[in-house]
Design a protein around this ligand. Structure first.
Ligand code: COA
Length: 270
């Protein structure tokens, strides 16, 4: 597929997926939704993608849904509107949350409305201190809908979920870190370097253990105590099978052979 609204860049096990409508502040129009859906589907099985970073080209991460193309122009086209809403729900929801490799949102600038679903549903997030973010829906007479409520409730502190949803006030990257929307904020000049540093740390880890970690935590958080226990037991057996016993035969063995200290570093895979 020849992408118009996004760009894919690969470097040493790390794949950058970039919103590429800088002239429209990377607002998500139907083309962008279709392309992100396609790209995630392809990258899921791409052996060269060990970590996925989502960011935006230009001065924006994502100005949310394209208010003209996604809402206004589709208001009298229910079939087309429903179709594109489903695609937008699929890629920013289940496909992103359960993507089989770790995902990082690299929030390089403006981020509004529907962009919060992308940030919230990535596993990790880093923001430029100078970025401006906001749950702006109330400012155009609406509310944070679709995937946004779940995503913000999952990661942000409750008082701030309510405050920013009701006021529509914009806030900066430092504040985004304080309220739990992202892991940390760095000066914009350091954003790419710090994001790559984090991604490189993940590339070193065992890929199967990363996938199992995501599934144990993401599914497990919605289960009760007993279900969580049995889910985690079953996933442990699955992981041992998929790794061919790697965590025991390498991870634990290398520790007992005094080759490394797991409290401080990762075992040697090969
Ligand atoms: N949907 C459609 N187009 C958008 C857009 C959106 N969400 N956000 C920005 N754009 C377009 C603008 O219409 C403008 O297009 P034009 O050059 O053809 O007129 C272009 O992007 C640049 O935006 P502009 O408003 O001129 O830039 P700015 O730097 O002054 O302000 C923002 C940037 C992001 C603060 C402002 O564009 C904005 O408030 N956007 C809407 C954000 C929002 O509420 N999103 C929630 C959607 S769920």
């Amino acid at each position: 597929m020849d992408y118009k609204a996004i760009e894919v860049k690969r470097q040493e096990g790390i794949t950058w997926l970039m919103f590429n409508r800088p002239e429209k502040k990377n607002a998500m129009n139907p083309t962008l939704h279709r392309e992100m859906h396609h790209a995630l589907w392809e990258l899921e099985d791409d052996a060269d993608t060990r970590v996925l970073i989502i960011t935006g080209k230009g001065d924006s991460f994502c100005a949310g849904e394209d208010l003209r193309e996604y809402f206004y122009e589709l208001k009298d086209k229910p079939v087309e509107s429903e179709r594109i809403r489903k695609i937008s729900y699929e890629w920013r929801g289940k496909m992103l949350r359960l993507f089989s490799k770790p995902t990082i949102a690299c929030v390089n600038g403006w981020c509004f409305g529907g962009g919060f679903a992308v940030v919230g549903n990535c596993d990790l997030a880093i923001v430029a201190e100078e970025a401006k973010l906001g749950l702006s829906e109330i400012n155009f007479g609406n509310f944070p809908g679709g995937l946004v409520p779940r995503a913000i409730i999952d990661v942000m502190r409750w008082r701030e979920v309510m405050y920013y949803s009701l006021t529509g006030d914009a806030f900066d990257g430092k504040r985004a870190a304080e309220i739990g929307l992202v892991n940390f904020a760095v000066p914009k000049v350091k954003l790419e370097e710090e994001t790559l540093k984090l991604a490189a740390k993940l590339v070193e880890k065992d890929a199967i253990a990363l996938k199992e970690t995501k599934e144990v935590l993401r599914i497990g958080r919605h289960l009760n105590d007993e279900e969580t226990w049995y889910w985690s037991q079953a996933k442990g057996h699955e992981m041992t099978y998929l790794q061919k016993g790697g965590w025991l035969d390498k991870g634990i063995k290398q520790f007992t052979d005094k080759q490394y200290r797991p409290g401080l570093e990762t075992f040697k895979k090969d």
